[in-house]
Design a protein around this ligand. Structure first.
Ligand code: TNX
Length: 538
């Protein structure tokens, strides 16, 4: 930051503080806060450290937001203002020139403090008069405002003043994520989900401080991303889905719209083209690349492991160079996922040859390759990433190459597994995963994968059994909320008995967002529109 900018923000900040202090006396006369306890708030994921000071900050019609001028901070302030508006109806102004009859401020400040050296670290200092959010980066500030959103009560306390006040407990929060990669995956290939559905999922993930949405864009049943140089991929390959209910695909403009929407929420999109298995839709569009010796036909079933590419054809790699090139060009994030799972009809040596050649194509576009754990069998670079879903041996092989691991063990982290035998949707080939099982495990030590090799955690949502947003929400929530805590919070800060109370208190938020979550009977939901009994009835 330039010196003049530093001075300017310091000036704004001091003006606000002086102003807020002058007003203090008046306010104290008016507002008598009952004792609060910051540590008892229903924050998910649980912050690293909280120090309560038992007072109250009044969010009300006299609150304004000020932000640092550093890149991205004003946007974070405006995002918070919008969310405050939708929760409370308050019109909180952002960076207004003239300080009006102001009582309290939320100041979102860029700070170069070394204590905040992780890019997503933030600190919150909440007093009677101000909420000061410090972070090195706009990304960290964005995580911090999720905490502020969660601290704003659902209802105002109208007895404290003649106008409504939302009381935020005072104290200090020092927070920073345990893992840098905190993701969920959505399979838009088995069933297609609209841009609007994907945006809603991103909104929900961002609220719980996720920073990655991995989109499984292609599979046997459908190709869902426009490739301008190979138009039949979507024209033919995107024409159907599991059950034959229509299919669909994203134009590049729509995909860019998703990427931009995610970026505003500091969420990265990781695109996946799943190959050389899971390629039936591509082969129907362009049969010259088919490698299983059968005439490819559109597929609307749910079996896996029958398709493959002709891995020894050089033209295949020119085709994939185009595909990877076009997608990489509209994906600002550092990763490109090549799938690589369940290539049961690809000979092992052909599989390895394929993965090694495709890795070069990904690197040529300046991206890091991610693949399902099978890719660990190939001779690939330490910069590539293995997504551990089934085979510990494959994950260990990847680690031996210096690769990082994304933890997605199917029996713990798969959002498409049924909760129990009564589940309305889902599969159970890996396990039943009730809400507690999804939470009570330790990714840090799971299966002996060393902590220093773990890039993060991802919860994949496969869509064989779900075809609309309500069904998606049924499988994802509440479990995705638990995975946010597993990937953000330290093991010492996680405890099922205590977590389940914080989870129960997510019901008003989920209801307000119209999320049709599974109201697990293990949770004493605070106030749920979708009670367990209702679910049993329908
Ligand atoms: C396995 S997990 C798959 C997917 C299925 C999923 C269903 C993985 C890398 N492959 O093709 O959709 O099981 O749970």
């Amino acid at each position: 930051m330039k010196n003049s900018t530093v001075l300017k923000s310091l000036f704004v900040f001091l003006t606000i503080l002086v102003f807020a202090t002058c007003k203090e006396e008046k306010k104290k006369r008016v507002i008598e806060f009952p004792e609060t306890d910051l540590t008892a708030e229903n924050l998910i994921p649980k912050p690293l450290k909280m120090i309560p000071t038992n007072g109250g900050f009044a969010l009300d019609q006299f609150t304004a937001i000020y932000t640092s001028e550093a890149a991205g901070f004003e946007e974070v302030g405006s995002f918070l203002a919008k969310k405050i508006k939708s929760k409370t109806e308050l019109d909180v102004q952002v960076n207004i020139d003239e300080i009006p009859n102001l009582e309290t401020v939320i100041y979102i400040n860029q700070s170069d403090s070394l204590e905040l050296n992780a890019p997503e670290a933030y600190q919150l200092y909440i007093t009677q008069d101000s909420v000061i959010l410090n972070s090195n980066t706009a990304e960290g500030a964005f995580r911090g405002i999720q905490t502020i959103r969660q601290l704003i009560p659902e209802a105002s306390s109208d007895s404290l003043a003649t106008y409504p006040i939302w009381t935020i407990p005072t104290g200090k929060i020092i927070d920073s994520p345990q893992f840098e990669y905190r993701g969920s995956m959505l399979d838009v290939a088995r069933h297609f989900f609209s841009v609007e559905d994907v945006k809603k999922y991103i909104d929900l993930l961002a609220y719980y401080k996720y920073n990655v949405l991995h989109l499984h864009l292609t599979d046997d049943q459908g190709w869902r991303i426009e490739i301008k140089s190979w138009p039949l991929l979507t024209e033919i390959g995107g024409s159907t889905e599991v059950g034959g209910e229509g299919g669909g695909f994203y134009t590049q403009e729509e995909y860019k719209d998703i990427v931009a929407y995610a970026a505003e929420r500091h969420v990265l999109i990781v695109p996946e083209v799943d190959m050389p298995g899971h390629t039936n839709a591509a082969s129907v569009a362009y049969p010259i690349f088919n490698g299983n010796g059968k005439k490819p036909e559109l597929y609307e079933g749910t079996q896996v492991g029958k398709s493959t590419f002709a891995t020894r054809k050089d033209t295949l790699y020119s085709f994939l160079d185009d595909v990877i090139g076009e997608i990489a060009a509209i994906t600002p994030g550092p990763y490109f996922h090549i799938g690589g799972d369940e290539s049961h009809v690809t000979k092992k040596k052909d599989y390895i040859y394929f993965v090694e050649r495709v890795e070069k194509l990904v690197q040529k576009r300046g991206k890091r390759m991610i693949g399902w754990d099978e890719i660990g069998q190939a001779d690939i670079d330490s910069s590539s990433v293995s997504q551990f879903w089934a085979s510990k041996k494959n994950a260990m092989d990847a680690i031996a190459k210096g690769m990082k691991i994304i933890m997605s063990p199917a029996n713990k982290a798969y959002l498409d597994m049924e909760y129990d035998t009564l589940s309305k949707h889902g599969l159970h080939w890996a396990a039943y995963i009730p809400t507690d099982t999804a939470y009570i495990w330790t990714p840090e030590t799971y299966e002996g994968i060393p902590m220093e090799s773990i890039l993060g955690i991802e919860a994949p949502l496969w869509s064989e059994t779900i075809s609309d947003i309500g069904e998606l929400e049924y499988l994802a929530f509440p479990r995705a909320i638990g995975y946010s805590e597993l990937s953000w919070s330290t093991p010492e800060n996680r405890n099922w008995e205590e977590y389940k109370i914080r989870l129960a208190n997510q019901a008003p938020f989920l209801d307000r967002m119209n999320v049709k979550y599974y109201a697990s009977p293990l949770i004493d939901w605070k106030k749920s529109k979708y009670s367990y009994k209702e679910i049993e009835k329908d």
